[in-house]
Each structure stands twice: as structure tokens, then as C-alpha cells.
Design a protein around this ligand. Structure first.
Ligand code: HEC
Length: 277
């Protein structure tokens, strides 16, 4: 499973940080009082460090950073934290929607591997990765619901986002097939392909409106304002809990006013209350 690899990757990275921190803590001051690393002080395997920083440099040079932010944390395009190397390779060579494709002339396989490794090691927390995975699964769950109520636009939206936020590279072709089936009017075929996904087996059953709230919060965290607004507005339409609705109406106003931090605080605390009940 890619997610397992990602978590292991982050674990290794944290281990690396701890090693560096431990080693530098043991450093002695140089005579003039400055804290220098002594010459030739290989705390970790240097090839790894070189490769990772090379990946970061390529991420900037190839233009990825221009859309995904200098640290991959998101800018005009979504953040890339939590994406396995497989997904990165696939996205770069064969992107789903607005992202431009990079062919081997623009970016060699070797360079792409370095970028993929850099992204795979980005220091998102385990919680960030879990959120990113949940976003993909929730879109698939809501795609099924939209298909069941024959809401074509909503089904297309959720399916496109199921592809975008898929974390299992093997699922992407199937989800793309489901999208094509839906576009051709084969609702049942599309539903079957989505519902057969291994990541949906055992996924928590949650009330419909709560899934929209969750998506709204996840998008807001990732800086996708339009996406967040869309899903929070649907939450307000669906929920019959007056006080929760008032919270999210206030959240939407805060988003519009640009106070994302406060908006996130209100929406996340509502979500955690609802999740516990
Ligand atoms: C012109 C802007 C742009 C550039 C340049 C770009 N991307 Fe993207 N990228 C996007 C957009 C937008 C998405 C969301 C999916 C879509 O619309 O295609 C995306 C999606 C992704 C994703 C999946 C993330 C997600 O959650 O959807 C990865 C991984 C990714 N890009 C990696 C890269 C890498 C690596 C590079 C550089 C080689 C790169 N991108 C260059 C715009 C860009």
C-alpha cells in the first residue's frame, strides 16, 4: 500500500531529523563561540541528502513550485504532501485535469525520480497524510451517492476529485474508466467500478452532510477556497441542525472575508464534535 510506504517514509524522515538534532546537540563550540559543524561531519548517508536536495532544486527549476508552492504545501495548485512516488510519476507524465504534462524531454526519468523522492519525503505529519487519503475516499463515497440520486454534475465533480486525490496508483485507471462510463450515461457501470475499490471496504459510514462538511474542511486546510466553499454550502443546505448550520454560515462569511484561520477553527471544532457524537 502506498500510504504505508508514505508513512514509513515520513517515519524515516523524522528519524533522520532526530539523528541530525541529536548529533548537532553534541557539537562543541568553536573557540570564538560560534556553533560550527566540524569539517567532514557526515551525520547521515550523504547520497540521500544530496538526492533529496537535488529533488527539491528540480521541483523549483521544473516549475512545480510555481504552482504547488515552494515547499509543496500548495499555492495555486493543491499541496503535494502525502503523495507516493508512484502517484507523482503518474501525475507528471499523465495529469488528470489542469496540470500540464511533462514529457521525458522536459524532465528525464532520473530527474522525475528525484522529484518524486523529494515529495515522498515532505514532512507532512501523519495527520496530514491521513487527511489527504480521507479526502480521496470521501469523494468516492459521495460519487456513489450522487450516482444513486442521479445527480450528474455532482457525480462528475466527485469522480474527478476521486481521481485527483486517489492515493493508490492502481486505482486511477479504474476511476478514470468510471468517469468515462458516467459521461457516456452508464450510471450502473460507473457505480460498480467506484464501489469495488478496496479503499472503500471498511471505510467509515458517515452521515451524508457530515461528509460534505469534512470535504469542506479538508479543502480549506489545503487552501482550496472554491472547493471548500462549494462543499460547506452543500452542508448548510443538507443539515437540519440549526446551530451547526449557523456555525458553517459564519465559517463561509469568514472565508469570504479572508479570515481562513478563524474559519478553519470553527468548522474543525464543529466537525470534531459531530464525529464524536
Ligand atoms: C501550471 C501549474 C502546475 C505545474 C507547473 C505543476 N503542477 Fe502539479 N498540479 C497542478 C494542478 C492544478 C493539480 C491538480 C490536478 C489537476 O487539476 O490536474 C496538480 C496536481 C499534482 C499532483 C497531485 C496532487 C493533488 O492532490 O491533486 C502532484 C503529485 C503534482 N501535481 C506534482 C507536480 C510536479 C512534480 C510538478 C513538476 C514536475 C508539477 N506538479 C507541476 C498544477 C501544476
Amino acid at each position: 500500500m502506498n500510504i504505508v510506504k508514505t508513512i514509513i517514509g515520513i517515519g524515516l524522515l523524522l528519524g533522520f531529523v532526530i539523528v541530525v538534532a541529536t548529533c548537532s546537540g553534541a557539537e562543541e563550540s568553536s573557540p570564538d563561540g560560534a556553533h560550527d559543524f566540524p569539517a567532514g561531519h557526515p551525520v547521515v548517508d550523504e547520497t540521500t541528502v544530496e538526492q533529496v536536495s537535488e529533488g527539491q532544486r528540480l521541483f523549483a527549476e521544473a516549475g512545480c513550485a510555481g504552482c504547488h508552492g515552494p515547499d509543496g504545501l500548495g499555492a495555486s495548485a493543491p499541496h503535494v504532501i502525502g503523495h507516493s512516488a508512484d502517484i507523482v510519476r503518474l501525475m507528471v507524465r499523465d495529469p488528470v485535469d489542469q496540470m500540464p504534462a511533462f514529457d521525458a524531454d522536459q524532465l528525464s526519468d532520473e530527474q522525475l525520480d528525484k522529484i518524486a523522492e523529494y515529495i515522498g519525503n515532505l514532512s507532512g505529519s501523519r495527520a496530514d497524510v491521513e487527511r489527504a487519503v480521507r479526502r480521496g475516499i470521501t469523494h468516492q463515497q459521495l460519487a456513489i451517492h450522487a450516482i444513486d440520486i442521479k445527480d450528474r454534475d455532482d457525480a462528475l465533480y466527485h469522480l474527478q476529485n476521486s481521481v485527483r486525490y486517489a492515493h493508490d496508483v492502481d486505482r486511477i485507471p479504474e476511476l478514470n474508466d468510471a468517469l468515462a462510463l458516467l459521461e457516456s450515461g452508464d450510471w450502473a457501470g460507473a457505480r460498480e467500478l467506484v464501489a469495488s475499490g478496496p479503499e472503500l471496504q471498511g471505510a467509515a459510514e458517515r452521515p451524508l452532510e457530515q461528509m460534505y462538511l469534512d470535504l469542506g474542511v479538508l479543502a480549506l486546510r489545503a487552501g482550496d477556497i472554491d472547493d471548500s466553499t462549494r462543499n460547506l454550502t452543500i452542508y448548510v443546505d443538507l443539515s437540519d441542525d440549526d446551530s451547526a448550520r449557523a456555525d458553517i454560515e459564519q465559517t463561509l462569511e469568514l472565508i469570504e472575508a479572508g479570515d481562513i484561520e478563524q474559519a478553519l477553527a470553527i468548522a474543525e471544532s464543529l466537525l470534531s464534535v459531530l464525529e464524536r457524537s
